[in-house]
Design a protein around this ligand. Structure first.
Ligand code: ZN
Length: 234
């Protein structure tokens, strides 16, 4: 699992979050137990235990456990968001430099003090900083974490190996959840018209996952895209 790959996974979350939100029909308003979040930086052993646990409860894991058929998208969104926000909070706490403080009473001239105070204000308000309070979203956190993985400049120290691995683990879980949800959401519905080809087979429409819908014949396998009327396809 490379850092570059993890950063790409975070980009995917940023890019596809709106699709996920559209699919859900609304922004998440529920709270959900943080299934994948890190509230603090874990020891190697704790991390392995958690990884094993995650592995064990993965819906696609082998073994006789009830497979979840219908994933609630809002819950998935909240799980992803919680994990990303907690990761960003934990990383920011470690790598984000505190804002400069303008000290008073050091005998500076007024002008010098004004300048320092201005610098301190600008530093504290640096938009590259991760905000620990206020409105924070999953795409915000994904973007910020991707920037940290890519060592982009700002009031931060570079991530160390442990921190990179933690971010990568959260990115991988979040990306997998997102992709599985979007992928699973593609639906297949029968169309009450026979295939216009000699086979006269059953037509179905596939779509609903943000990708262009496609009509296909279950018998002859011909497909039609949205811009073509059935029968026009070669
Ligand atoms: Zn056909």
């Amino acid at each position: 699992m490379t850092t570059a790959h993890a950063a790409d996974q975070l980009d995917t979350i940023t890019e596809r979050w709106t699709t996920l939100a559209d699919r859900a029909g609304d922004r998440p308003t529920t709270t959900w137990p943080p299934a994948m979040g890190i509230t603090r930086l874990l020891s190697e052993q704790e991390r392995q235990e958690q990884a094993a646990e995650r592995l064990d409860t993965a819906p696609d894991a082998p073994g006789p456990r009830p497979a979840p058929v219908d994933v609630n998208i809002l819950d998935v969104m909240t799980t992803i968001e919680t994990g990303l926000l907690e990761a960003a909070d934990a990383i920011a706490e470690r790598v984000q430099r505190p804002g400069y403080r303008a000290q008073t009473g050091r005998g500076w001239t007024d002008e010098a003090h004004r300048e320092i105070a201005l610098l301190a204000m600008k530093d504290a308000a640096d938009p590259r900083r991760w905000k620990l309070t206020g409105q924070r979203t999953a795409p915000d956190a994904a973007e910020w974490l991707a920037q940290r993985l890519r060592d982009q400049p700002g009031p931060f120290r570079p991530l160390n190996e442990t921190e990179r691995e933690l971010v990568a683990a959260v990115a991988a879980t979040a990306a997998e959840l997102l992709q599985r949800t979007l992928g699973d959401a593609r639906q297949r519905t029968d169309i009450p018209h026979p295939c216009p080809m000699p086979c006269g087979g059953q037509l179905v429409v596939e779509g609903g996952d943000g990708q262009p819908p496609v009509v296909l014949c279950e018998d002859c396998g011909r497909t039609w895209r949205e811009t073509e009327a059935p029968g026009d396809a070669a």
